[in-house]
Ligand binder design. Structure first.
Ligand code: GDP
Length: 590
């Protein structure tokens, strides 16, 4: 075991597994494993309490202390560490808010971001206007605001699903002449699921058809009650095109940020999130990082998932070369050997040796995850988690064919007994289950309920990768029964079959007296040693059984991919014929 620091590590009262792993410089899998030893089933995005985190840290040889509880939900995630040492609180300083713009298509999100960028960049920095790195900062009354340049709740939630929740405030743009639309409602739900405060920008006020009062009452219907109506949501009329109301909007952002009292420790070990990245012909990999805590410097060694490297050069959002960047600052860094993904976390480590081992462990972890090793919450797993007292809330995302079904489902769920677990509907809508829905479910540990709707194929794939449980129903009472049973811990797990691949039998080899090896070529998918298999002859099933051995040449192998040849034997079956098709399949949780 490597030497552990003698000073205690500050851990927040609530910490995602991923961040704890970064703080302790171990692979997330190691944390998950330790938690499992204590009967805590967690995935990488799961938020665990200080008590659980301290337990794990101790096992790994760390002293811990609980970081001061942050004043707000959104400040909390920015302070995963006060860094080792007991003076962490003294090191906390104010940081500027990070803002994401969301709303319905064509309501003016891009125009608003462009207007703010073009008109609010300080004089003398105008040369930087054309620079686009995925985020930019503006200064208002001597204070800074960081805007993420990719508008929309899709990007926002995809980042969250990857473990990076960097947004402090969501500006929801609503066109005053068009009103609240389906994507407006989605954006509101996504912001709420992330517990991020909302500011409404009532855009296109210059248009003759603008009807702000109508929009305000629509918003109230959606549960977004603005100040004027007695609520606490700030609403600012603007025109992105005519550049009016923008100053008020920016001031309101600062005001809401003040209430949040956002802080971070610039002296802590650097934690950041990848906002955007690309391969530049001349400069190599350029990645935009939003610093969450600590101060990133040129020369620092950083790990981003399975990638690690040294920061070779760093630029701010105006393209100016800089040497150091603190919390809430977006910077473009050069020096990573590969292109990371948006939403990946960046951590600073002491040296390349630590970086290498952390990156390797992460790569292994990814393999485990893609093999379905970790799962988000599912209705099946719910009962055991309720019994273990780990779940207090069941988050649901409901998609239905028509509004009427949605209402009926909500009523059914309302009637459920909520003694132990509260059912919380994060989002409901009419339409098929999309990738964005899966991202939201993954980011919020929710189960998706589909009622007479389809699941988009991309969403299906993503759900499988992320371990998101999608339940499809055509009858409302069945849906209600299932949820009730899950809440009571009585739901039987359901399995479905997943075809892994097919192989065609080309030759037969007799070994010993009885054993017959089928020499095959994989025609699609793959054959795995762990798969079950059925033998198909002229389209009919001859046998269904277990694969007994899988060989490439003389070697036993765990799997063989499409296009390759291999030798297969099945348990208790020797009657292969040339031309048979072997279909390999696995049972997976439905
Ligand atoms: P997005 O899809 O939400 O990013 O919307 P865009 O920013 O692309 O804007 C959609 C359309 O609305 C464009 O044609 C804009 O020029 C127009 N638009 C945006 N803001 C305003 C505004 O304040 N007033 C008027 N009249 N048009 C606007």
């Amino acid at each position: 075991m490597k030497a552990r620091p003698t000073e205690p590590v500050a851990i927040p009262p609530q910490v995602p597994v991923r961040d704890l792993a970064a703080l302790l410089e171990v692979a997330p899998m190691e944390i998950i494993r330790e938690l499992f030893k204590h009967n805590i089933l967690a995935n990488i995005n799961q938020v665990i309490t200080y008590e659980s985190a301290a337990l794990v840290a101790k096992e790994l040889g760390y002293e811990t202390l609980e970081a001061a509880p942050p004043p707000t939900q959104s400040a909390q995630k920015h302070e995963p560490s006060g860094h080792a040492g007991g003076h962490h609180e003294a090191h906390l300083v104010h940081r500027s808010p990070v803002v994401t713009v969301m709303g319905h298509v064509d309501h003016g999100k891009t125009s608003l971001l462009d207007t703010i960028r073009k008109t609010r960049v300080a004089a003398g920095e105008a040369g930087g206007i054309t620079q686009h790195i995925g985020a930019y900062q503006v200064e208002v009354n001597g204070k800074k605001i960081t805007f993420l340049d990719t508008p929309g709740h899709e990007a926002f939630t995809a980042m969250r699903a990857r473990g990076a929740q960097v947004t402090d405030i969501a500006v929801i743009v609503v066109a005053a002449d068009d009103g609240v639309m389906p994507q407006t409602l989605e954006a509101i739900d996504h912001a709420r699921a992330a517990k991020v405060p909302i500011i409404v920008a009532l855009n296109k006020m210059d248009k003759p058809g603008a009807n702000p009062d109508h929009v305000k009452s629509q918003l109230a219907d959606a549960g977004v009650v603005i100040e004027e109506y007695g609520g606490d949501v700030v609403c600012v009329p603007v025109s992105a095109r005519q550049n009016t109301g923008i100053d008020e909007l920016l001031e309101m952002i600062l005001l809401v940020a003040d209430v949040q009292d956002l802080k971070a420790n610039p002296q802590a070990k650097v934690l950041g999130a990848i906002i955007e990245s690309r391969l530049d012909k001349n400069r190599g990999v350029a990645a935009t990082v939003l610093i969450e805590q600590g101060s990133l410097k040129v020369g620092d060694v950083v790990v981003v998932g399975a990638i690690f490297g040294r920061v070779r050069a760093m630029f701010d959002d105006k393209g100016k070369q800089i040497k150091k960047a603190g919390p809430s600052t977006p910077v473009e860094i050069l020096g990573l050997p590969e292109v990371p993904r948006a939403g990946d976390r960046l951590v600073e480590v002491a040296d390349e040796k630590t970086a290498r081992s952390l990156a390797t462990q992460h790569a292994q972890q990814q393999k485990v995850e893609s093999a379905g090793g970790t799962r988000a919450i599912s209705l099946d797993s719910l009962s055991s988690e309720i019994q273990a007292g780990k779940v207090k809330e069941l988050n649901l995302l409901i998609k239905a064919d028509v509004q009427g079904s949605l209402e009926a489902i909500k009523q059914t769920l309302d009637r459920l007994d909520e003694d132990t677990v509260k059912v919380r509907i994060l989002h409901d809508g009419v339409g098929n289950i999309s990738e964005t829905d899966v991202h939201l479910a993954s980011a919020s540990n929710a189960v998706i309920i589909g009622f007479s709707v389809k699941v988009d194929s991309a969403a299906q794939r993503l759900a499988q990768n992320e371990g998101v449980d999608i339940r499809s129903y055509d009858v409302i009472y069945k849906l209600g029964d299932d949820i009730e049973a899950a809440l009571k811990g009585m739901l039987e797990p359901t399995y479905r079959e997943q075809v892994d691949g097919h192989a065609e039998v080309l030759q037969l080899f007799k070994v010993g007296k009885t054993t017959v090896i089928a020499g095959c070529r994989i025609t699609d998918g793959k054959l795995m040693r762990s798969s079950q298999a059925r033998v198909l002859r002229n389209g009919k099933v001859v046998l269904s059984g277990q694969i007994a051995s899988l060989r490439r040449g003389k070697d036993d192998v765990r799997e063989v991919a499409s296009g390759f040849e291999c030798g297969v034997t099945l348990e208790d079956f020797n009657q292969f014929e040339v031309g048979d098709v072997i279909e390999a399949f696995s049972k997976v949780r439905a």
